[in-house]
Design a protein around this ligand. Sequence first.
Ligand code: ADP
Ligand code: MG
Length: 450
Amino acid sequence: MDKIWGQARAELERIVGTDNFATWIAPLRLTSIQGDTAAIACPTRFLSDWVSRHYSDDIQKVLEITGNPVQRITFDVAPASTRGRKPAAGKGPAIRPTVRRQDDDLTAPLDNRFTFDNFIVGKPNELAHAAARRVAEGGPVTFNPLFLYGGVGLGKTHLMHAIAREMQARQPEARVLYLSAEQFMYRFVQALRERSIMDFKEMFRTVSVLMVDDVQFIAGKDSTQEEFFHTFNALVDQGKQIVISADRAPGEIKDMEERIKSRLSCGLIVDLHPTDYELRLSILQSKTETFRASHPGLVIAPGVLEFLAARITSNVRVLEGALQRLFAFASLMGREITLDMTQECLADILRSSDRKLTIEEIQRKVAEHYNIRLSDMIGPKRVRTVARPRQVAMYLAKQMTSRSLPEIGRRFGGRDHTTIMHGVRKIEELRGSDHTIAEDLDLLRRLLEA
Ligand code: ADP
Ligand code: MG
């Protein structure tokens, strides 16, 4: 086994790169290959989760290259003491010597474009923007943490970078630490591996401001969550500002410990709503102006930006990508950007934006959300726990698809169109009076639009 693994490791290092190799692969050991299954021992549960999620395909491929094809890989947790640490480490390619990281190295690089100046404010993001500005001004900590959440590509990372940059500019002596949850985890694992966990704790607990992006990422990673929780508490106790982002509200993050969720909910929670037409148009106009500053020859026919704002509704990242492609195409061809050219050049993006949401998808997501069976969506049960989610699904079907009431009725087990109408009205009414329903609708819409 050691011989096979030695070869596989050499190959893996080439594929995943030295850093990833040292962090994720080097601590592993191949324990057996039986039939079509290879067993790999990992020193911690965390490592086994991570590696099985990110590297099992690579490992499988490499085993095949080295003449040991398998269909399946199991990752078992074997404590380090039984691993024969030194001999195992001596066999494969040498592990790089430990490099002590500098403080400055700890924070992730900030994107120059992600400033407050470049952030276009509209209804869907004005609250998040205002909160971010307030935190960036420094001063006494009023809400801790600031928790920003919203769907992908709506500007969470942009706002986080803008806060970090502004704070650094205003308080050069402050140590502002910005990193993704993934990087937090990476550093944590690295510290465990290098047995420098005390330094790790020290480093994190002496920062002035901690910003962790995409925190949903550490859900389910027990030891990382634990460490994050302690770091978080230590900083809050010292009155240090914390800014967190996630793709959903704290309460909605699965596999996150309750005490962490409740801690995360203690400060101010603001969400970035899906973009609306006005915001999309302003973003397109602003990006066009910026581009035109360096490409004065650019000509765009009237109506093109409006067309894009109406048709590309997914998120700002897609919108930006579309515009960039259009600019590249236009300058390459030396032509004016017309509506025809836009449709031709962006055919694929426009088509995928056009994706029709089905009633079935809505029913499935709603059933999942309320933890009921999909069959109960269609079935006859009248108990509130089933009837209410069913009405929510009816409402979303009416709002988010172009199906008629009788058509929707058919998809809900042949119900009459008046039943659907009643359901839709009921939810409309509740939306105004019951904020749980309002939040559910918001979240579901976001999930369905993603
Ligand atoms: P998230 O982190 O929420 O997934 P990002 O912050 O990475 O999204 O934003 C995706 C892209 O869209 C970035 O290039 C960002 O600059 C841009 N963007 C998002 N919202 C805005 C906005 N309101 N104004 C200008 N650019 C934006
Ligand atoms: Mg992001």
